[in-house]
Ligand binder design. Structure first.
Ligand code: NAD
Length: 433
């Protein structure tokens, strides 16, 4: 099939690659010139394992192409995927301005039947809004369908997730669109759930809200463990063995970040609010998360006392390993707070090598974990990159002014760290002598 994908972000590119690899002719539309130029030259505009290699192969085989304007390719496309960003507005609602622009353009340019697939995460009712906008902008009444097909990929494993999704959700209003979409996803070895537009839109928010709830829940249990002397690792292990609970998303730490959970939880609270439903549970989930990053600063102050003029090392800046995405990353808040308290910050991240869009100004970027800890009074592990799991503790200790380690992700064995002469603190685990 001939497909356009509008928006060359994590979702747009992973979708485009998986569809091009399964025999479709895919053109990607991206409005930002610098991203577009990179893509045309086979360079990924962001760090995502395997993406650049996959793009280069598809470019060589002429299965994918890149364009700045949808009008160049719309007449050649049977299906148009919309994968533009839907960031939070100050109110917490999703900003649909990008999506509305694309729908307006599709309406104006359309000359024959198209399936318009909304991949972006959008509030319930947005597909109906998209239909209205497209219809209102048409010159003549051309037939079309809008399909809701939310995406569940995770940054860091975006390609694998797009190639082998856990499930495909299709909100379809017509049999014609349903048949086209089912054919498109024939390559997928996963359940395809066909439903109505609004349920499909809600599935995405409910899924992310549920996962965020699991994280805040286990973080709250960890915060109590900290005070009652229980070990959150043991507690989560015991809980996770119950199939009804499951072991995923039970790792306590400094809370969730990234471009999805924070914005989608806020958006769902707004969606509920618009129908006069006070989503108390989700509000608490957000509130717990807003406080959780502070735990590492509290632990830092407990171990060091006043941190004014002290040098603090941050290991990891991205919101999770495997990505260079720092949107809503806890590292930003932690560094700001340390600076506010008068501390000096040295950082190391395997892929982020300088300030990003206004964040991390004034911190010293170092070349490796040891260089970042040189002369430092404490190391805080913020993002659990693989590289931080194989540390030579004696080498690290030699370079530090004080051997203090705060493990924001509970990845280290406390006994090993303490045996190496460190003062160690983590989230929800008793201290080791
Ligand atoms: P992103 O910000 O990385 O990428 C969006 C891209 O769309 C940008 O490159 C932007 O320049 C481009 N764009 C915006 N308007 C355009 C237009 N009119 N024409 C052409 N290009 C345009 O976003 P993302 O992380 O890929 O997320 C996209 C959507 O998917 C969001 O709604 C998000 O919530 C959802 N989602 C994201 C993830 C994730 O892990 N990132 C996972 C599932 C769902």
């Amino acid at each position: 099939m001939r497909i356009s994908v509008v928006g060359a972000g994590y979702v747009g590119l992973a979708t485009a690659v998986s569809l091009a690899e399964t025999g479709n002719e895919v053109c990607v539309v991206e409005k930002e010139m610098d991203k577009l130029e990179k893509l045309k030259n086979g360079i990924s505009p962001f760090f995502e394992p395997g993406l650049e290699q996959a793009l280069n192969e598809l470019i060589r085989e002429r299965k994918i192409s890149f364009h700045q304007d949808l009008k160049e390719k719309i007449h050649n496309s049977e299906i148009i995927f919309i994968a533009v960003g839907t960031p939070s507005l100050p109110s917490g609602e999703a900003d649909l301005s990008g999506l509305i622009k694309v729908c307006t353009q599709i309406g104006k340019l359309m000359r024959d039947y198209k399936v318009i697939v909304i991949k972006s995460t959008v509030p319930v009712g947005t597909c109906d809004l998209a239909k209205r906008i497209i219809r209102e902008n048409q010159e003549d009444l051309y037939d079309f369908d809008v399909v809701s097909n939310p995406e569940f990929l995770r940054e860091g494993t975006a390609l694998k997730d797009a190639r082998e999704p856990s499930r495909i959700i299709l909100g379809c209003g017509s049999k014609k669109a349903r048949n086209i979409m089912q054919k498109l996803y024939e390559f997928v070895d996963a359940p395809v759930i066909i439903t109505d537009l609004r349920s499909s839109e809600m599935i995405k928010y409910a899924s992310n809200a549920f996962l965020a709830t699991k994280i805040s829940f286990i973080n709250e249990i960890a915060n109590i463990c900290d005070k009652v002397g229980a070990d959150i690792i043991e507690v989560a292990r015991g809980m996770g063995k119950d199939k009804r609970i499951g072991s995923d998303f039970l790792r306590a730490g400094i809370g969730y970040g990234g471009s999805c959970f924070p914005k989608d939880t806020k958006a769902l609270i707004q969606i509920a609010g618009h129908v006069a439903h006070d989503f108390k549970l989700l509000k608490a989930v957000v509130e717990v998360n807003n406080l959780q990053w502070k735990k590492v600063v509290e632990k830092l102050e407990f171990l060091l006392g006043d941190i004014k003029k002290k040098t603090i090392t941050i290991w990891g800046l991205s919101f999770k390993p495997g990505t260079d995405d720092t949107r809503e990353a806890p590292s930003i808040l932690i560094i700001k707070e340390i600076n506010r308290l008068g501390g000096v910050v040295q950082v190391y991240d395997p892929v982020i090598k300088g300030p990003v869009g206004g964040a991390f100004e004034g911190v010293t970027f170092c070349t490796d974990p040891y260089a970042a800890a040189e002369g430092s009074d404490a190391v805080i592990l913020v993002t659990e990159w693989q590289e931080f799991l194989n540390i030579d503790w004696q080498r690290l200790k030699k370079g530090m002014a004080q051997p203090v380690l705060i493990d924001g992700r509970n990845v280290y064995d406390p006994h090993t760290i303490v045996a190496n002469g460190f003062y160690y603190s983590c989230i929800g685990r008793p201290s080791v002598e």
